[in-house]
Design a protein around this ligand. Sequence first.
Ligand code: SF4
Length: 415
Amino acid sequence: APAPPPARHLFSDPAEVEALRGNLLAWYDRCKRDLPWRALAATEPDADRRGYAVWVSEIMLQQTQVATVIDYYNRWMQKWPTLQALAQASLEEVNELWAGLGYYSRGKRLQEAARKVVSELAGQLPRTAEDLQKQLPGVGRYTAGAIASISYGQATGVVDGNVVRVLCRLRCIGADSSSPSVIDRLWDMANVLVDRSRPGDFNQALMELGATVCVPKAPLCGECPVKQHCQAWRRKLFGKPPPVPDVEDCGKCVGDCPLCPPATEPWDSSLGVTNFPRKAAKKPPRAMRTATCVLERRGCHGAPEYLIVQRPSSGLLAGLWEFPSLPLAQDLQERKEREELADHLQAWMGRPVAAKGLQFIGEVIHIFSHIHQTYVVYSLHLDGDVTLDPALSPSRWVTEEEFHASAVSTAMKKV
Ligand code: SF4
């Protein structure tokens, strides 16, 4: 078994843990942001409705800013106030409401899980983090812990990006914070720290601290309610620790400590507390080019209409609508790009399309989490009626207004 990490990286003093909990919760009570899901979780007497509200908010908040989520959350809860209502929604409706929020599989999985709860679990959400994670598709360890602690009062910790940052600074953890061994340690710590009588508030307080005070670039240490427990802050104030290991700290923090920064990347005093956390360099996003064509015709009332087609039901942007698009090989010449796009459009319209009739409009860049996508945008005006082939993927003509109300991605709106 690996040696336990040195004491300085842990929360092993019960008196300190108690003080930290008290300081953090008192700050949270004073300073917490007023958010709609918090209000509902605090006042709703029905446990399933509380669980549902927290679940929806947590899924929406993954990779998305609070300010963006609020409006989506309110519209979602108005449209589907219960799990049962969501279970009856169509994927098309879910995608329409989710349009613009990104990471579209989240909405789809939420709805699939709601259907499962209704059909297989008699409409009742599991009550513990373990069961939530085991039984609900799309619910990982973090979301399960958040739902169980906030909605049902289970004393279980949570670790998200904000918590990783706060804990790594509190305990000077400089080893790669995305490595499984460090993540496991952080979960252990979160479970030690969580307040037994107010677990949901404690978890939200720790995340709130990371979101508003212990922020990535310029943390507000002077205003921090837990600064007296923070080793990164102490180290910044008092400079480098002595070069010889401190015996009280069990003397292992030299060379082979699994939680210290690698010896090749020592403390950088110009960074202060932002020395922590550290991550191994990310892989750069994959570059992709896609040709897309805005096909326009005069609708029956004279207003322009545009052709949109539906993407496959799995993979990136599953089930969303887009202008007819075609992934391109890298370094293709422009003439070849046009020809390939023209062939693709011909398949949609059942009649020849001249490559030179396509008007080049420009390029649109959109960054997905792991893809650097360049859309090469063309347009084509059509005369007369066009019969779409019903054997192909679903497609339809829409006005500009209908386009914006459809389940289309932000990237297509840019196009
Ligand atoms: Fe973060 Fe600074 Fe507070 Fe430490 S003192 S937890 S670095 S804000």
